[in-house]
Design a protein around this ligand. Structure first.
Ligand code: SF4
Length: 482
């Protein structure tokens, strides 16, 4: 039984601030604000707390990881903390552009109402596209990503082409790094479009559920076989990209109730389609998915079970010699082992909303995130950063000075959120304030009620368990090139 008095009376002139939890019956896990971790046996944890470090096996590691103060710990640890939090220096970096509200699908889990294909009034105009690009290049990040987001970006293809061409010109003159990404259901792809997009170095991301029946059932409203189209174009893209030695196309899976028992088949299918990994995405139970909750959704326990089985299966595949990774696991591994945070949007403190990513709606309005503009489509404008002013400098000033921006930062910075700040996984997890706002009607949510944190804790527990097995650890580290 842990003696809390001993924890409270630990000598802070020798030990730096740390968080801890009993990991299993024989071990404690400790972490600190330099995002380091260490496992200690019950006996060693007791020695560590009472500064009885004589013969402590992990003494050197504890000094190296700044759990124990050394002469130069302040300068080194300060630098480490600053490097980890590099993302607070520039903002925003990821700019999502919604070139249209039209789509030729009506997916059951789509986050908001798509406009019918005939409703051309919901397309972005060239004038709005120009102002959007000018605003993006007014922001202070030296490295920018422009992502064409759903609704379906190939519907308003001329404006996509305009933005790509104009943004590249601006990037060249302003000496900024630019990455272009298109998220598309691929059903409107053609050979001409494919060639142009690859010539312009536009990365492509799509959605693929499994199996064919599930995919077509989830991704409804399409006049034809959506699964057949997306898998055809994924293969074509892979062929072309291999020829050109370019980045691979990648696909995202949305896990629905029907998917849960089929984890092996899904992973096998992704491998067959030459994917290097899979992103096991939790279904957000709002918008349309909320009304079909019974059909599509599941509880945390089911998803966690699905995640664990999938991770075990993927690790076994790696043991047999095929490199294949799980994306959300890789994000956590980067957080645990890299000197710089990977700045994954929802899983950081403060979260990326309003400061790392923003969304530009078809009409020029600027929102704090992709989900924020989807809330707008459901008559909730809570996360609007600014109306278009037709002046890029003014747009940027309005964005960063808006109450939405300030509240987003304040409510997602874990250091002052009770329960979150004390948690052993505080260095690695993050709150989703849009989820809290939507489900609990407040951006603040007690940690005990936070179902997304519950998932993150379970995932991190499982990753740390795997890291204790040398063979599994070697495989996991290979996913992040270590
Ligand atoms: S393809 Fe994308 S944008 Fe279109 S309905 Fe489906 S999820 Fe929504």
């Amino acid at each position: 039984m842990l003696n809390l008095e001993k924890v409270k009376s630990a000598d802070t002139s020798k030990l730096w601030f740390f968080r801890f939890k009993k990991f299993d019956s024989e071990t404690y896990l400790i972490t600190n604000d330099a995002w380091k971790f260490e496992f200690l046996s019950l006996e060693d944890f007791d020695k560590f707390l009472s500064w009885n470090v004589e013969g402590l096996e992990s003494y050197e590691d504890l000094v190296k990881k700044w759990f124990i103060k050394s002469d130069d710990y302040e300068s080194k640890m300060t630098w480490s903390v600053a490097l980890k939090n590099h993302f607070v220096w520039v903002w925003p970096t990821l700019h999502m552009i919604i070139t249209t509200l039209r789509c030729n699908h009506k997916c059951k889990y789509c986050h908001a109402a798509v406009a019918p294909m005939t409703a051309k009034e919901f397309d972005m105009t060239i004038e709005t596209a120009k102002e959007t690009v000018d605003t993006i290049f007014y922001t202070n990040s030296p490295s920018l990503t422009i992502e064409f987001q759903w609704w379906e970006s190939l519907v308003n293809y001329e404006v996509v082409q305009y933005i790509v061409t104009y943004a590249k010109e601006r990037a060249f003159h302003l000496k900024k790094e630019l990455r272009l990404v298109m998220v598309s259901n691929l059903t409107l792809m053609s050979e001409d479009k494919l060639t142009w997009l690859l010539d312009e170095w536009v990365d492509i991301c799509t959605s693929l559920d499994w199996d064919e029946v599930t995919h077509n059932n989830n991704r409804a409203g399409f006049d034809g076989n959506s699964f057949e189209k997306v898998t055809y174009w994924m293969k074509r893209l892979e062929e072309e990209k291999l020829k050109r030695n370019m980045w691979k196309v990648w696909a995202l899976l949305t896990v629905t109730k029907e998917t849960l028992p089929k984890y092996k088949e899904i992973i096998d299918k992704y491998i067959e389609l030459w994917q290097e990994g899979i992103f096991l995405r939790w279904l957000n139970p709002y918008w349309f998915a909320a009304s079909l909750k019974k059909e599509l959704s599941y509880d945390n326990k089911d998803w966690i079970d699905f995640y664990k089985k999938s991770l075990d299966y993927i690790i076994d595949i790696n043991k047999k010699g095929r490199f294949f990774k799980e994306s959300i696991t890789s994000v956590y591994l980067m957080k645990i082992f890299y000197s710089k945070d990977p700045a994954f949007m929802d899983i950081r403190s403060p979260s990326g909303i309003a400061v790392w990513w923003v969304a530009y709606n078809y009409d020029g309005k600027i929102y704090a995130s992709d989900e924020s503009r989807m809330l707008w489509r459901m008559w909730d404008d809570s996360f609007l950063l600014t109306e278009p002013t037709w002046n890029p400098e003014q747009n940027y000033k309005n964005m960063i000075n808006s109450d939405t921006c300030k509240i987003s930062i304040q409510s997602s910075t874990l250091d002052w959120l009770p329960g979150y700040n004390e948690h052993v996984y505080k260095p690695y997890f993050g709150v989703d304030i849009i989820h809290n706002h939507k489900i609990y009607d407040s951006v603040y949510n007690p940690i005990k009620k936070d179902e997304k944190i519950e998932i993150q804790i379970a995932v991190l527990d499982y990753i740390f368990e795997k890291l204790r097995n040398p063979e599994d650890k070697k495989i996991l580290l290979s996913w992040i090139n270590l």
